[in-house]
Design a protein around this ligand. Structure first.
Ligand code: ZN
Length: 212
């Protein structure tokens, strides 16, 4: 099986991590089913500067999934007003207390990041804390595209973003709406032609009556 392509479109690292379960509220699909996939996600996130020095263990994987689900429930609580548990709070805070990845300025004026899986999860947890405890908590949305339902931060100027990713879900939704409009127009035109033909035929007395 080829590795899934992870996307980082939610506007927050913790919500991107939550997005490693796709289609959560419609037809959930686990995009990070094994420890090796966690390593791929961690590398793709760039928080530890590419590949991890050491591969994560199965315990790290279990920890990561627990953190991910706790963030999902807390973000959903922030979005909908649902209750959340102290256990989920404790999970996020435990990871946030670990040291995040390090950054330093390279001689070539680039940012050099480094870390291990613990630091990646610390970065995820800290992103969750900053989001859920900050002013952007009210901007957490669920993608309207079916079946996506990915969480994201609506940082749009008018706070009117409806999709997790304009290039993915947004484009697909717009294309579908366009097709629906075109279909509706075509069928309206067909009915109009049929009615006009019917009227002409019934006026000449040779055809069937116009259908209404
Ligand atoms: Zn989406």
């Amino acid at each position: 099986m080829s590795a899934p392509e992870f996307t980082f479109v939610s506007g927050n690292l913790a919500l991107d991590f939550v997005g490693t379960v796709g289609r959560r509220t419609t037809e959930p699909i686990e995009l990070m089913p094994a420890t090796v996939d966690l390593a791929v996600w961690a590398a793709a996130s760039g928080t530890a500067g590419g590949a991890l020095a050491e591969p994560p263990s199965d315990t790290d994987y279990a920890d990561a999934v627990t953190l991910r689900e706790a963030v999902y429930r807390l973000a959903t609580a922030a979005r909908t007003g649902a209750r959340f548990t102290r256990k989920d709070l404790a999970t996020v805070n435990r990871h946030a207390a670990n040291a995040p990845g390090t950054v330093r300025l390279g001689a070539d004026a680039t940012v050099r990041r480094a870390g291990d899986i613990r630091s990646v999860l610390a970065d995820v947890a800290r992103s969750a804390v900053e989001l859920l405890g900050g002013p952007d908590a009210v901007l957490i949305r669920e993608c309207e595209a079916t079946p996506c339902t990915r969480l994201y931060v609506d940082a749009s100027h008018r706070r009117s973003r409806r999709w997790c990713d304009m290039r993915g879900c947004g484009n697909r939704a717009k294309a579908a709406a366009f097709r629906a409009r075109t279909r509706a127009k075509a069928s309206t035109a067909k009915v109009a032609v049929k009615q006009a033909t019917g009227r002409r035929q019934s006026a000449s007395g040779s055809g069937p009556a116009a259908s209404e």
